[in-house]
Design a protein around this ligand. Structure first.
Ligand code: FPP
Length: 238
């Protein structure tokens, strides 16, 4: 199972407590550890977390720099925990706009956990699905014919993904907004969408389990019709 999470609501969580936005991001970074552990415990195959979108560069410099400090800290402290839990780390997104030291930290975490056979933890940094799709097409424009598998391989290469990701089964967005914000647009083609009001710093293992339970109640049809119904009775595209 592939679960993707848009970790939204850090700023509002902080505002409700009269704290600076960066305090919300710090609390958000703490919440990440519990959810990674919960997902691994539940046997999730791939967990993709949206940590920094390409559009987030538009935030004030101090906030951007606080987010990158948290990312550095995460890579420094969580690589060992990932090894203990057999979690493979992969940072997806552009790398050409990241600092050299962050790129080196990413490469170190990925190399150190490359042999781990448990969950794949993908952290999206400077990520934009639209950018990835356009870049993939640009790389493949000289091909006269194109297999879907070749497209997916190139998309993975553009994203610095260690392997093509399976389609997303469940996309969770915290913080109450209901949009995809340019996250994994190709991979979410048939994802079940789960929007929850809870801001990311308050999203704990129990809230994650509620999302899994809701997913379990959904009927995934992939354009087909429910098994119990006879042919010709469905008009949806579900
Ligand atoms: C959106 O909340 C969240 C982000 C832009 C950053 C997410 C980052 C973290 C959870 C911490 C760092 C991540 C890792 C993996 C260590 P927002 O700021 O847009 O909240 P708002 O909508 O309430 O303003």
């Amino acid at each position: 199972m592939h679960i993707a999470i848009i970790m939204d609501g850090n700023g509002r969580w902080a505002a409700q407590r009269h704290l600076p936005r960066t305090a919300g991001h710090r609390a958000g970074a703490k919440a990440v550890d519990a959810i990674v552990a919960a997902a691994a415990r539940h046997g999730v195959g791939t967990l993709s977390l949206y940590a920094f979108s390409a559009a987030n560069w538009n935030r004030p410099t101090a906030e951007v720099s606080a987010l990158f400090t948290l990312l550095r800290r995460h890579l420094l402290t969580q690589t060992r925990r990932c090894l203990e839990q057999s979690i493979r780390m992969n940072v997806i997104g552009r790398r050409d706009r990241l600092s050299t030291d962050l790129r080196q930290l990413i490469e170190h975490s990925e190399r150190a956990t490359a042999h781990c056979a448990g969950m794949c933890l993908r952290i999206a940094v400077d990520y934009s699905a639209q950018h990835s799709l356009v870049e993939t097409c640009r790389c493949l424009q000289s091909q006269s014919s194109l297999e879907r598998s070749r497209f997916v391989e190139q998309l993975a290469a553009v994203d610095h993904a260690t392997a093509p990701a399976p389609d997303v089964d469940l996309l969770i967005r915290t913080g109450g907004e209901q949009r995809l914000s340019d996250f994994l647009l190709w991979e979410c083609a048939y994802a079940e969408l789960y929007f929850v009001d809870c801001p990311w710093p308050d999203f704990d293992a129990q809230a994650f389990e509620e999302a899994l339970a809701e997913y379990g109640r959904r009927e995934r049809r992939f354009g087909g019709i429910p098994a119990a119904q006879t042919a010709g009775s469905s008009s949806s595209h579900g």
